[in-house]
Design a protein around this ligand. Structure first.
Ligand SMILES: NC(=O)c1ccc[n+]([C@@H]2O[C@H](COP(=O)([O-])OP(=O)(O)OC[C@H]3O[C@@H](n4cnc5c(N)ncnc54)[C@H](OP(=O)(O)O)[C@@H]3O)[C@@H](O)[C@H]2O)c1
Length: 298
């Protein structure tokens, strides 16, 4: 196999056409980029080929067709298994790995790619599949700044494509952290809908009002991030003690309506632990300290 032959016919190749990979390839095609695709089950490429994609017969062909190779597979082991045998073909190209994994996975893949002369970007799709290709779909990337600069316009086809920094591990760190953030918000939402429902409130009506509340909540994130950075927790948004008392009301009301109490108990335990460690009269951002110190003494 010769390395990096100059017969590329596409701008980007997508390897792995599952739910996410298919949407990635569609987004590139919709933006007008010549796109080569490969999938283990070849039939999954049919619809994309009908939209103008080129079907590669092998992984080697898929890599050879484009300077930019995007992989989206279940895990890093599968990526290694597929790309290992064609590693020399990656020389001079940029590998973008949108497979979910750990920071260690990303660091290992980046050094493997560097060892084969390829630029590497680790990435994460943060907005599910439905929004892919729209400006509000958040994609985070980390790794080679040069690789991102070279291909940023193509990667912008996917949505709001953000480069986090040169450390390839950053993308999976953000991926898992933002996943937890989304689940925190959604867990609160599901509990709130259940509580509203116990009083006869329609979930859709409730969601409409809840969304009006969210700009206030998101504004707290930037303010509290600054407090955390400074290590000073202003009580402008209420003290830990005040919020703990309000959380007790949520807990009691939930119990009284026969609801599960896991969500308010979790929130209450964070506040209780902050109070026990001396933050009762601090602002609520002080709960960060019980988390960063791993304290479980409440
Ligand atoms: N779906 C989402 O909403 C979403 C959101 C964010 C991130 N992600 C991440 O995106 C990645 C892919 O997810 P997905 O939802 O697209 O998965 P999926 O729909 O289950 O598709 C998996 C893909 O991997 C291929 N594959 C599996 N094992 C393989 C092997 N041994 N050799 C070659 N190909 C193999 C499958 O090929 P076949 O078609 O031949 O089976 C298929 O193309 C995951 O890391 C996931 O965490 C997904």
């Amino acid at each position: 196999m010769s390395e990096n032959e100059n017969h590329e016919q596409s701008t980007v190749s997508v390897i792995g056409l599952g739910q996410m990979g298919t949407r990635l390839a569609q987004a590139f095609l919709t933006s007008g980029y010549a796109t080569t695709v490969w999938n283990r089950s070849a039939a999954k490429a049919d619809a994309l080929v009908a939209q103008g994609a080129v079907r590669a017969a092998t992984v080697d062909d898929a890599v050879a067709e484009s300077p930019l190779v995007v992989v989206c597979l279940p895990d890093y082991a599968t990526v290694s298994d597929l790309l290992g045998p064609v590693a020399p073909r990656l020389r001079g190209r940029v590998l973008v790995n949108l497979t979910s994994g750990t920071p260690e996975d990303a660091a290992g893949m980046a050094s493997w790619a560097a060892g084969h002369g390829a630029g590497y970007l680790d990435g994460a799709a943060m907005s599910g599949t439905r929004l892919v290709g729209r400006p509000e779909a958040l994609f985070v990337f980390s790794g080679s700044p040069e690789a991102f600069a070279t291909h940023r316009t193509v990667l912008a086809s996917l949505g709001n494509s953000v480069h986090l920094g040169a450390d390839p591990a950053l993308a999976p760190v953000y991926d898992t952290a933002l996943f937890g953030l989304a689940w925190g918000a959604l867990a609160g939402f599901y509990h709130a809908v259940a509580l509203g429902g116990s009083a006869g409130v329609d979930p859709v009506d409730f969601a409409a009002v809840a969304m009006e509340h969210m700009p206030f909540v998101t504004s707290l994130m930037s303010d509290h991030a600054r407090q955390i950075e400074d290590g000073r927790f202003s009580d402008d948004d209420g003290t830990v003690a005040v919020h703990a008392a309000a959380m007790e009301h949520l807990l009691e009301t939930s119990r009284a309506h026969g609801l599960g109490t896991d969500v308010p108990e979790l929130f209450g335990s964070l506040l209780d632990r902050a109070a026990v460690t001396g933050h009762g009269s601090s602002g609520i951002a002080s709960v960060i300290e019980t988390i960063t110190k791993g304290e479980r003494n409440a």
